[in-house]
Design a protein around this ligand. Sequence first.
Ligand code: WT7
Length: 648
Amino acid sequence: MTTDSLSNLMDERRTFAPESGFAAAANVDAGWYAAADADREGFWAAQARRLSWASEWSNVLDWSDAPVAKWFVGGKLNVAYNCVDRHVEAGHGDRVAIQWEGESGDARAITYADLRREVSKTANALASLGLRAGDRVAIQLPMIPEAIFAMLACARLGLVHSVVFGGFSPTALRSRVDDAQARLLITSDGQFRRGKAAPMKANTDEAVADCASIEHVLVVRRTGSTVEWTEGRDLWWHDLVDGQSDTHEPEAFDAEHPLFILYTSGTTGNPKGILHTSGGYLTQVAYTHHAVFDLKPESDVYWCTADIGWVTGHSYIVYGPLANGATQVVYEGTPDSPHQGRHFEIIQKYGVTIYYTAPTLIRTFMKWGDEIPAGYDLSSLRLLGSVGEPINPEAWIWYRKHIGGDRCPIVDTWWQTETGAIMISPLPGVTSTKPGSAQRPLPGIGARVVDDAGVEVGPGGGGYLVLDKPWPSMLRGIWGDEERFRETYWSRFADEGFYFAGDGAKYDADGDIWLLGRVDDVMNVSGHRISTTEVESALVSHPSVAEAAVVGAADPTTGQGIVAFVILRGGQDASVVGVLRDHVAKEIGPIAKPRQVLVVPELPKTRSGKIMRRLLRDIAENRAVGDTTTLADSSVMALISSGLNTAS
Ligand code: WT7
C-alpha cells in the first residue's frame, strides 16, 4: 500500500473543545480510557452490571474458540426484562418510553408501564402459536409501535427475530425468510409513505407464498386498506394480541442465546445473516448509548432517525435506549412529509435534546436550505450524532451551525452491522471534536489502522481499519455459513487475529482516526490512493454542489480515472463543471482532478441512504447498469441515464 495518500481531509484544522458545563456534567470522563486499558475484562464486567442478570457469569470472556467469542460465560438474563420491566419495578412506570409520531401527525405516548403490558400481551400471543425459544420470527413492519413490541416480545421468549426493512422487495424478503427458516412473519396491511397508504401485505404475501417454513402471518392493521387473506395462515394482530393477558413472566436465557439475525447487503453475493447474541450485545449497546449520547434518562428526549430495519434501529432505537430507560421519539414517516421542516417541527414539539442521524440526511437538509431549520426552535438540542458513512467536514460544520446552534457537541460514530454497537467515536464532554473524524476507539475497544502486512501505520499514514481485540457486541457468525464468516472477516489478517472491517482509514498527526470509506471504494489513480470520500468532500465544499458521489472508473493510462456525479444546488447549471474539476484539483491536488464531472438529478441510494457506487461505476464505464433491487427508488438509474443521454 502506498502511503502518499492525499490528505485534504486531514488538513481540517478546526477543533471544538468541550464546553465546560457539558464536560462537568458528562456521563464519562477521560479516565475511562486508562481504566479500560488497565483491566479490559474488569471494565466490561462493570459495563455488564448496568444490566440486571438472573445469574452472574463465571468468566467475562472466553476467546478460546476464536473468532467465535463467548462473553459473560454462564450468565443468564432476559433482554426484554432489562429493556422494560426493570424500569417499571424501579418506579419509572409513568416515564414515557416511546413518544411515537405518525407521519400524518397522529401521536401516541407509551410509558414504560404501557410497554410492559404491550410486550407481555405480544409475548403471550406468540407463545400461543407454539413458538419456542430459538425459533426464528421474521418481521417486516413500518415504524409503528408494534414493531418494537414484536421485537421485544421475541427477545422475551428467546425467539430470534430477523427484521427486514419495510422497503425491501418480496424477493429480498423471501430469501431472508428462507435462509433463517422463520416460522412466523409479522407484517402490516400497509404503510404510510408521503401521505399515501402503500401496500405491505401484498408484498409479504408474494414473498412467503412458497416459504414452507412459514406457519402464520400476523398482520397489524395500520392503513385499513383491503388485503388478501389466507385462512388458517393469516391472523390479525388485534384478534390475536389484544385479548391476551397483559402480564407475562420472563424467563432468563444464557448470555450467548441468539437475539437476532440481521442481513447486510454484502458487496457481492447473497446478503449475510449477521448473528447477534444477548448478554454482550445488550451490555455494549447500553454502555455506548450511555457514554456516547450522554443520556440522562430523567431529562433527555432522545431521537434516532433510523428505521428499525437497520442495525442502527436495533441498537439505538430498541435495545440501547430502552435498556437505559430513555424517553425517545419514534417517527413513522419521511423527513419531507408533509413538508421539509418535519424533523425540526418534531424536535420543537417534543423538546428533543439528542438527535442522531445520517450524513446523507444532513446533506439533504443543506440542499433544502438553511432557512428551513432556522424557522423552528431547536434550542432544546444539546448533542448531535452522525452515523453510516464518513461525514464530510462541510456537512459537519453545517450540522453544528444550523442544527446544533454552534453549541452542541457532534459525535461521529463509526460501527457496522457486524460490530453491533458503536466502536469509534468522540466522547462528548471529553473529546475536542474535529469535523470529519470519528477520532478514537471507545474505552474498552481496540481498533487500529494497519498496512497490507498488518503492521500499524504511523501518524499521517493510511491503510485498513482492523479491530484487534474481541468486543462484547461482536457478531457471533453468519447464520448458517461459518466458512463465510471466517473468510469475510478473519482471513485477511489471520496471522494477527484481527477483524477486517473493510474500511480504509488514516491517522492524522494527533493519532485521530479518519474513516475513508470502504476499501472497495478507494481509487487508485496513477499509483496514488485517493478516497472517493476525499473527492466528494472537496466537491461538496464548493458552494454550487449539493451532493456528490465519486467512483474510480477503469482507465487505460492511469489505472483508474475519477468520475464524479454531482447534484447542483438550485440556480446552478452544467456550465460549472469545469470550475468543479479545477476546484477539486485545488482542494486536493492535480492528481485528484476528476476525469469527468457529470451533473445528475439524483444519486442511486440504498434504503439506508448509502450511495450505490457500483451502479455509478457501471455508467462511468459504459456498461449496462447492474442489479438495482436494493435501491430505495428503482427509477433513479433511468433518470440519471436519460439525463446524461440528453446532455451528450
Ligand atoms: C459501514 C457499515 C453503523 C450503522 C449503519 C451502517 C460505514 C458507518 C460510519 C462513520 C465512516 C461509517 C463504514 C462501515 N460507516 N458509520 N461514522 N464514518 N463510515 O451499518 O450498513 O453495516 O455499514 O458503514 O463503511 O463499514 P452498515
